[in-house]
Design a protein around this ligand. Structure first.
Ligand code: ADP
Length: 525
């Protein structure tokens, strides 16, 4: 869509930043230039100017955030909240709309409460997985953090974006219980049981009385969330993390169907992943160390890597939890289920003590609640490596996974890319996270990878699949694919947006939702 003009966003920016300086002090307010150098998409796919902020502020309390929002309304200045700002592969800390003032909530980084008996914590936006894990160990808690792949992201921001982890608590949004939210005009809301004065059930029961509204603040521009309750898993007493490699490309379909039966049958309870061999290879070594040719790795080259690294073509990483007897019984069932695939091999970490077991050891940490940064290694696959992710949701069925893999793989080749991906298993769905690595310093590569990503969004929609999340450079395109009944979803979101944020100040354009003052008529799109 075309945004009518950026002039209206800039109007009053200097005055607004001046008032924000009076509120927060000079140290906590950055002007346009400083903000544009700091709040960026580290793996940018378009010109910096496209997503450059107009300034940045660092509040330290919900009251500060309320005041910031009121100032923004007075001057009609757009705001863009971030927690730790590590939304990399989807836009980093850059705002969707150029000129917006980044509201960096990183200084609000307290763990306000840990309830050991009920298993939850109340956290502010700046608390990362690494922070929460360190805090729990420091206070002697037995509770586990369910971490995203990279432990430097925030518990709150990732959960709002509906990110995933890899224990049974891996559906991060699904484990939020209670939110505190600054609404677009400055009011403060507590959801669920937070509506009761003096309650002690805010972190225990999600739904409260009346409509359940927490979803309105996830992947949304209807509020700035200043606290969440997050449920934490009790240490189950034991955990065995394992890997199953299946040797052939075409084993994917059967592999996925087996995981579904094991998951829905309660044998595997965590959010497990099936990863393509190249994805694992890239978290172990660089392309140069494994392959001497220019351009994408050929099918023959992939097979050589598979042999050299002793991997399956597809590799399942999963865990069983409980006491020894329970875990052994589950592992026996899993081994038996996979015995129908010729050449399938099951490994425990002790079976792969050398470098070939690196991925499994790293998975062992995240599947037992220990955050790390190991998957950053992926970026060393090529020089100046960055990535953009395309993430369609599939039903948890092998036939769909196979169809999507084949269609994506063919497109990748057409654009001179290799297919890297992991399939993450949720409740009934798979998140098919396809990762495209590119040289961030090369303009033609950036252009090509964005064109590929947009093509894949469109291909997926043609087959009836939609993304669960998207890069700021593709939000309009992704939103447009949810078009049933003349874009009924978008028409509903826009009505909410206009009612709750009449001046259209909060994160305009996020998830393709623009406020009335900035949207063209739907027919013109
Ligand atoms: P991470 O936790 O991975 O570092 P970010 O802090 O970048 O993630 O947050 C991811 C996205 O979630 C942001 O781009 C923003 O759209 C949204 N977001 C983050 N924090 C908040 C918040 N406190 N309130 C509302 N939206 C938020």
């Amino acid at each position: 869509m075309t945004v009518q003009t950026t002039r209206s966003h800039n109007r009053g920016l200097a005055n607004a930043l001046g008032e924000m300086r009076d509120l927060l002090g000079d140290d906590n307010v950055l002007g346009q230039e400083e903000a544009a150098a700091r709040y960026i998409d580290p793996y940018k796919v378009e010109d910096d100017a496209q997503f450059a902020p107009g300034g940045a502020v660092r509040p330290t309390s919900a009251e500060d955030v309320q005041e910031i929002v009121r100032i923004a309304n007075r001057h009609i200045v757009a705001l863009s909240p971030i927690s730790t700002g590590r939304n990399n592969a989807y836009g980093g800390s850059a705002p969707r709309m150029a000129g917006a003032v980044v509201v960096d909530l990183g200084s609000m980084n307290r763990v306000l409460e840990v309830d050991e008996e009920l298993g939850y914590a109340l956290v502010e936006p700046g608390v990362s997985y690494l922070d929460l894990h360190a805090h729990l160990r420091e206070i002697g808690s037995e509770l586990w953090v369910d971490t995203a792949d990279l432990g430097w992201g925030s518990v709150l921001g990732n959960a709002l974006e509906r990110g995933v982890g890899f224990t049974p608590y891996g559906d991060h949004f699904g484990h939020i219980c209670g939110m505190e939210v600054v609404l677009p005009e400055g009011d403060l809301l507590r959801t669920g049981m937070g509506g009761i004065e003096g309650n002690n059930t805010w972190g225990a029961y999600k739904y409260g009385f009346g409509p359940y509204v927490d979803g309105l603040f996830s992947q949304s521009n209807l509020g700035i969330v200043t606290k969440i309750g997050i449920w934490l898993m009790k240490n189950p007493g034991g955990a065995k993390v394992f890997m199953v490699g299946v040797p052939r490309e075409e084993d994917l379909e059967q592999c996925v169907d087996i995981v579904r039966e094991l998951k829905l049958g309660g044998v595997i309870r965590n959010q497990c992943t099936v990863r393509h061999v190249l994805f694992d290879a890239a978290t172990m070594l660089s392309k140069e160390q494994l392959y001497s040719e220019e351009g994408p790795v050929t099918p023959g080259g992939i097979r050589e890597m598979q042999d050299r690294l002793d991997l399956g073509y597809w590799n399942l990483y999963a865990a069983v939890y409980g006491d020894e007897v329970e875990m052994q019984a589950s592992l026996d069932k899993i081994a038996s289920a996979y015995s129908v695939i010729p050449g399938a091999r099951l490994y425990l970490p002790e079976d792969r003590p050398g470098p070939e077991g690196g991925v499994l050891r790293s998975r062992q940490q995240v599947m037992t609640g220990q955050p790390n940064l190991n998957e950053l290694k992926l970026l060393e696959w090529i020089p100046n490596g960055g990535h953009i992710d395309v993430s369609p949701i599939l039903p948890m069925k092998g036939a769909d996974a196979w169809q999507q893999y084949q269609s994506m793989n063919a497109r990748c080749r057409q654009y001179g890319h290799n297919y890297f991906s992991s399939f993450i298993f949720g409740n009934r769905e798979i998140r098919h996270i396809a990762t495209f690595l590119f040289d961030t310093e090369s303009a033609p590569e950036r252009e090509n990878v964005l064109a590929l990503a947009k093509q894949l969004v469109s291909d997926a929609a043609d087959s009836g699949y939609g993304e669960y999340r998207g890069h700021i450079a593709m939000m309009d395109e992704i939103a447009a694919t949810f078009s049933w009944n003349e874009h009924a979803q978008m028409r509903f979101y826009e009505r909410l947006k206009d009612a709750l944020d009449p001046n259209g100040v909060l994160a305009p354009g996020k998830q393709g939702v623009w406020p009335a003052r900035l949207r063209t008529e739907r027919e013109e799109r």
